[in-house]
Design a protein around this ligand. Sequence first.
Ligand SMILES: CCCCCCCCCCCCCC(=O)SCCNC(=O)CCNC(=O)[C@H](O)C(C)(C)COP(=O)(O)OP(=O)(O)OC[C@H]1O[C@@H](n2cnc3c(N)ncnc32)[C@H](O)[C@@H]1OP(=O)(O)O
Length: 163
Amino acid sequence: MAEWRALKNIDPHCFACGQGNSHGLHMRFFSNGERVKSRLVIPDHLRGWHTLVHGGVLATILDEAMSWAAIHLTGHFILTQEMTVRFKKPVHIGEEIRVQSFVNERVSPKKAGLKAEICNMSGDVCAESSGLFALFTTEDFIRKDLVPAHMLEAMNESMWRSA
Ligand SMILES: CCCCCCCCCCCCCC(=O)SCCNC(=O)CCNC(=O)[C@H](O)C(C)(C)COP(=O)(O)OP(=O)(O)OC[C@H]1O[C@@H](n2cnc3c(N)ncnc32)[C@H](O)[C@@H]1OP(=O)(O)O
């Protein structure tokens, strides 16, 4: 299997992957050409009650992981169309977790099915997701005003290249 290579973050403000968002998750992604992965510790301010991580935060992590896999592994711009999440074990603030994602099915030229799972350090699956993603050409993404021109070059580059 190919080695894991770091992918380039291009938007510092993203809640999930932006390295400059002081309220965010600061996720960084790696790809081996078949899967995308990340590891993180959820910051204290994103707890649900007591030490439990909020389910919506776990859903964001899964959405982000599937989105990066969809972009990097299909070479398209994307929008999440729908996703389902199954929460299997609690995740706690301060606990390191790992997330992996992959393209499960190329549904049509404009749609892909993705999957992701979050594991704790014991290897238990804590949450898993399936998602349907709309795949866009660069031209269609621009036409729908979903990417500003100044980000286009960086986004196009980060789709296929490592950092
Ligand atoms: C290495 C990677 C680095 C990357 C770094 C960045 C990572 C960041 C990651 C963070 C990411 C986080 C991810 C997030 O959180 S994305 C944010 C959450 N998701 C959304 O906001 C999606 C909102 N939903 C929609 O826009 C639609 O329902 C979609 C598009 C999903 C499906 O729509 P559907 O299939 O039901 O069709 P429709 O009949 O409704 O069509 C509506 C209109 O859209 C056109 N249309 C539809 N599909 C396509 C297509 N494929 N190519 C071209 N055009 C398309 C269609 O022609 C029509 O246009 P018009 O006739 O009205 O003009």
